[in-house]
Write a protein that binds this ligand. Structure first.
Ligand code: DX5
Ligand code: ZN
Length: 218
């Protein structure tokens, strides 16, 4: 299995001082930052747009893992990649041309990812798995930080791992929502290698210990 990566979700940072919070993350030795983009339609909340990503880009060397929770992601991938996204993940649920959007993400120089919600069957993403670098399994209904982890999703990460082996593919498997040290251990046992954590990371008494605990999981 790939070694574990922790991707703190910027949603849980202090939005009046994002640059400082992100610098603190980078100083701990983290490599990834997860950026949640919400449109008020696909999910019942709003977050931030490409301008914020572009303003943060020159201040950070972190790998920007951008999660688009949008009804029309095809209209925004270019703006986020120009703003500095290293990876862009798009949901499988809305109606749009998913394959061509994944191709466009790659041709614009970023890594493509596919995301599915807790109630969506894992099979929905199978057609896209040969073309992506990461599959993101939502472990909460997206829209808000601080929700309770849905354990039922872990049978799907196990299915994804089996699909990967059967087809000799090489994508990462990421979870997002309600991830803390306890639920992360369950995820690791279910073949997850990439852990988004908002609340649990930013509110941790000892962020460095939180990171070390994730990175040392077998
Ligand atoms: C959910 C977002 C998550 C969220 C995770 O809509 O996609 O990335 O910030 O937050 P926690 O870790 O607090 O559940
Ligand atoms: Zn996310």
């Amino acid at each position: 299995m790939e070694s574990p990566i922790l991707a703190p979700s910027m949603l849980a940072a202090d939005h009046t001082r994002l640059a400082d919070d992100i610098a603190a993350v980078e100083k701990l030795g983290l490599r990834w930052l997860h950026l949640d983009i919400m449109d008020g339609h696909f999910v019942p909340n709003l977050s931030f747009g490409p301008q914020t990503v572009a303003d943060l880009r020159p201040k950070s060397k972190l790998f920007f893992d951008v999660h688009l929770m949008l009804d029309n992601p095809q209209d925004y991938v270019e703006a986020f990649i120009k703003a500095g996204a290293d990876q862009v993940s798009i949901h499988v649920e809305p109606e749009y041309d998913i394959s061509s959007t994944l191709e466009r993400i790659r041709s614009l120089g970023a890594k493509p990812g596919i995301v599915f919600n807790p109630k969506t069957p894992a099979e929905a993403v199978y057609p896209y798995l040969p073309y992506i670098d990461i599959v993101l399994a939502m472990t909460v209904q997206p829209g808000f930080g601080g929700q309770v982890f849905d354990e039922s999703v872990l049978e799907k990460t196990i299915e994804l791992d089996a699909f990967r082996a059967r087809n000799s593919l090489n994508f990462r498997i990421e979870v997002d929502g309600g991830v803390n040290l306890e639920t992360a251990r369950l995820c690791r046992a279910a073949k997850v290698d990439t852990f988004v954590a908002g609340t649990a990371f930013f509110k941790a008494d000892d962020r460095s210990a939180f990171l070390a605990a994730i990175e040392s999981m077998d």
